[in-house]
Design a protein around this ligand. Structure first.
Ligand code: ZN
Length: 446
């Protein structure tokens, strides 16, 4: 099954009404050529012209319900062809760089705004989008899972990876910059590593800083059934203004996705922590020197973990290390807030870290040190992991004093009188100091 993609490689006009006319004529031409989807270059409503004066900028920003967007919505229905229309979108506090995809019935199937705005340049007056999304597009003869990344978004491998992990088979990439060998290579790579197709529509030569060369990379570098290597670039437009069409063999792509080894098949996300830690350019804060110290070196290591977490806003003051033969083999701290995950307790994080490091699910002969007496969940996790013994600093009552619900939950489960001997309190004084420090930071209690 071939999906026909039209690249509307158009020079924009000065006025939005003229862009409607020009865009509509190009869509009609694409439909005559048999296109299933027509794709515009980036921000076609204003021809990627971005006034730096905020009032002027706001005056040309348009909503999803504007005449411009609706013209293409109506046209998609009339021509029975999906249209991905791009525009400077009205948004508070600042406008966005957006695309809406209408299916052949005029129904909106995708609405996304460029996440990585070119904040180093004219786009510093815009807001970034909320994230990436994938939708299923019914194009009449079949269905395809579609996502989008606009221009600078494609320079970040994370964009295409997220779309790939969300199931995208095809990424639509509206563009407005020179498509030279390195950028084209990046598109090839995004297609290759994620086992998906990338269709990019650029402005033609003549538009400032643009050179046409709209492209389709079909995501299939080889076929297991056939010898040799394929060129995944199945279409590359010249620089000239025109409507170009390319066909994407969806069956071939799907077969490759089933059989081959890239994409999500052999990923190791547990090793990618740094990708999230540096999210949004947020640097980790190094906690200031503390005026207290634990007597036990492993409890001190657990306190250090906890302090790293609380100063960075990850969650509560609960750090944890796992020790075997006098060596720390795993560590972790509470990150309930960071991950929006009520199960991200320090003990769980440390168990996962130790098991990953030791390549086993069995932590027999290991001891666990934690700044707060483990909750029922973590206690059970310690037992599942065969941890020999648990040393804790603050008690369940102490945890409750600073607002955590351990005692309440423990009460509902019938207390812990049957596990005497498994838990040992040490260094409570130092851990209480940690709790005090946490309260002073005035962080969210959950
Ligand atoms: Zn817990």
């Amino acid at each position: 099954m071939n999906l026909k993609i039209a690249f509307l490689q158009l020079t924009p006009e000065k006025r939005i009404e003229d862009n409607i006319k020009k865009g509509a004529a190009a869509c009609r031409k694409a439909a005559e050529m048999g296109a299933d989807i027509a794709l515009f270059p980036e921000m076609f409503s204003c021809g990627y012209s971005i006034p730096q004066d905020i009032n002027e900028l706001k005056s040309i920003a348009i909503s999803k319900d504007s005449g411009f967007v609706n013209a293409f919505k109506d046209l998609s229905k009339e021509l029975s062809m999906a249209i991905a229309v791009t525009f400077l979108e009205k948004h508070e506090p600042k406008p966005r760089n957006s695309v809406v995809l209408f299916d052949r019935c005029g129904k909106e199937v995708l609405h996304y705004s460029k996440v990585h705005t070119c904040a180093f340049d004219a786009e510093k007056v815009l807001c970034g989008g909320d994230g990436f999304c994938v939708s299923e597009l019914d194009f009449g003869r079949g269905k395809v899972k579609v996502g989008s990344m606009i221009c600078f978004d494609r320079e970040f491998p994370e964009s295409a990876r997220i779309l790939g992990l969300s199931g995208a088979e095809l990424i639509l990439a509206p563009n407005a910059c020179p498509m030279e060998i390195n950028r084209l290579s990046a598109l090839r790579t995004r297609a290759y590593e994620n086992m998906l197709a990338v269709a990019t529509c650029n402005y033609p030569t003549g538009q400032p800083d643009c050179n046409g060369r709209s492209s389709l990379f079909d995501g299939v570098p080889w076929l297991l059934s056939e010898p040799g290597i394929r060129d995944m670039c199945t279409f590359l437009a010249p620089g000239a203004e025109d409507v170009y069409i390319a066909e994407l063999d969806l069956d071939q792509l799907r077969k490759h996705r089933e059989e081959d080894v890239m994409g999500d098949k052999f990923r190791r996300p547990e090793k990618y922590k740094i990708l999230l830690e540096n999210n949004g350019g947020k640097e980790r804060i190094t906690p200031p020197a503390a005026d207290y110290k634990a007597e036990n070196i492993f409890m001190q290591a657990a306190i250090d973990e906890a302090r790293d977490g609380i100063y960075n806003g990850d969650g509560g003051p609960f750090g944890c290390v796992i020790v075997k033969d006098g060596k720390v083999l795993g560590r972790g701290h509470n990150s309930v807030i960071l991950n929006n995950d009520s199960t991200c307790h320090g003990e769980i994080a440390a168990i996962r870290d130790a098991e990953e490091n030791l390549k086993t699910h069995d932590l027999s002969d290991c001891e666990l040190y934690t700044t707060g007496e483990p909750c029922a969940m973590c206690l059970a996790a310690c037992m599942w992991a065969n941890i020999e013994r648990v040393y804790y600093g603050c008690t369940i009552e102490d945890n409750s004093q600073i607002g955590f619900r351990d005692r309440k939950i423990d009460g509902m489960l019938g207390g812990r009188k049957n596990i005497n001997g498994y838990l040992t309190e040490i260094d409570r004084k130092a851990c209480l100091k940690l709790f005090e420090e946490y309260l002073k930071l005035d962080k969210t209690i959950y």
